[in-house]
Design a protein around this ligand. Structure first.
Ligand code: 5GP
Ligand code: MG
Length: 206
């Protein structure tokens, strides 16, 4: 313990390691703040509700959609079945670009159902194209896609989502579920990170 702290109670210690390493210190800019996100999630839920008469099956893509999914489903009043699917696309020098893994549980009943895939961000669209194809192969009644963010410009022929929260510039974003190196998902706003954060990770491809 530092000598000057000797007589201070623990909760008055303002230079605790937890504060010093708060992830908001790594934020460069807030691109979409929590209030705009909340308003837009409500609007998206209204649009989704108008699109479906009966029950809806939601398929949330982990892990990035976690926070968005939790907020969105609580604004949807219809009978919902909520499932999650793990999907990861590999890019960079150690794996084959474009290789995609989805783990769509075979026990999830999709035949004849209206399926809405919910993901964090639409970038190349490879993840969602592969997942949409995997869902279609199960003979659902319909398949639509909802993303919090879509990056612009889109590559030619990219899959588009029926429901989009915000369109963003082609820069790497974190927060509200989106990660860098599995960190920053808990930031309540969609943000960019300070360049120094990436400088430590040689070979990383944000
Ligand atoms: P796509 O297959 O559309 O290129 O990639 C989509 C996935 O890549 C997203 O679900 C997300 O996990 C990741 N991704 C793409 N752009 C970003 C970004 O700007 N920030 C973060 N954190 N992840 C991204
Ligand atoms: Mg993702």
């Amino acid at each position: 313990m530092r000598p000057d702290m000797d007589s201070r109670p623990e909760h008055h210690n303002t230079s605790s390691p937890a504060q010093a390493h708060h992830c908001r210190h790594d934020v460069d800019r807030v691109l979409v703040d929590r209030r705009r996100i909340a308003r837009r999630v409500q609007e998206l839920a209204d649009d989704i509700r108008r699109c479906y008469d009966g029950e809806l099956t939601i398929l949330g893509v982990l892990t990035g959609s976690l926070v968005f999914l939790a907020d969105l489903v609580r604004q949807l009043p219809m009978r919902l079945r909520i499932y999650t699917v793990a999907a990861s696309s590999y890019a960079g020098n150690t794996t084959r670009p474009g290789e995609l893994r989805t783990h769509l549980d075979e026990t999830i009943e999709l035949a004849g159902r209206d399926v809405l895939i919910v993901d964090d961000i639409l970038d190349s669209g490879q993840t969602l194209a592969a997942l949409t194809a995997a869902v279609r192969a199960r003979n659902p009644q319909s398949v639509r896609v909802c993303v919090l963010l879509r990056k612009e410009p889109a590559s030619p022929g990219r899959l588009e989502a029926e429901f989009v929260g915000f369109t963003v510039e082609p820069e790497f974003v974190v927060g509200y579920g989106l990660d860098y190196n599995d960190l920053y998902r808990n930031l309540p706003d969609v943000c960019t990170l300070r360049p120094e954060v990436f400088a430590h990770d040689e070979g990383a491809t944000p």
